[in-house]
Design a protein. Structure first.
Length: 143
C-alpha cells in the first residue's frame, strides 16, 4: 500500500459545520433559572404583616410607591425604617417634599389584629402632610 496523495480530481472542499451545539445554551438557561428562583422571594416587602383579604383588583401604578406598614405590635415603618408616632409627621412631610408637585402613591399595610383607631391616626397624619393618594394593601382572595 502506498501513500495516497491528494489529486486535483479527488479534492473536496471544506464543508461548513451545520450542527449547533445547544448544551452551553441550556447550561446558561438553567443557571439563570436557579438565580431567579433564589432571588424572587427576596423581592417581597420586608416587614411581616398579616394582611386582610379583599376581592379588589390591583392598582395601576406609574412610579414606585412608598410603603407604610404597621405590624401586629403597632410599630410603624416607612419603607424599612422604623418610625415613632411622634416622628411620623416629620417623616411624612419629608416624603411630601420629595414628591414635588405630584403626591407620591402611599401603600398602607396594616396587620388585621390592629384596632381601627391606630390605622386611622396614621391615615390622618398622611392627610395632614398632603399625601392623599393612599391605597390600603390587602391579600388577593377569591380571584
Amino acid at each position: 500500500m502506498g501513500m495516497q496523495l491528494p489529486s486535483a480530481k479527488g479534492r473536496k472542499r471544506a464543508q461548513p459545520m451545520a450542527e449547533i451545539n445547544v448544551t452551553p445554551f441550556v447550561d446558561v438557561m438553567l443557571v439563570l433559572l436557579i438565580i431567579f428562583m433564589v432571588t424572587a422571594p427576596l423581592l417581597t416587602a420586608g416587614v411581616p404583616v398579616n394582611l386582610p383579604d379583599s376581592r379588589a383588583k390591583p392598582l395601576d401604578q406609574e412610579q414606585q410607591p412608598v410603603q407604610v406598614s404597621l405590624d401586629e405590635g403597632g410599630v410603624i415603618y416607612v419603607g424599612e425604617q422604623q418610625v415613632t408616632e411622634a416622628g411620623l409627621a416629620d417623616a411624612f412631610a419629608q416624603i411630601a417634599a420629595e414628591g414635588g408637585e405630584t403626591s407620591p402613591q402611599i401603600f398602607l399595610r396594616a396587620d388585621t389584629s390592629l384596632d381601627y383607631g391606630r390605622v386611622m391616626r396614621v391615615m390622618g397624619e398622611l392627610n395632614r402632610a398632603g399625601l392623599n393618594r393612599v391605597a390600603l394593601v390587602t391579600d388577593a382572595q377569591g380571584q
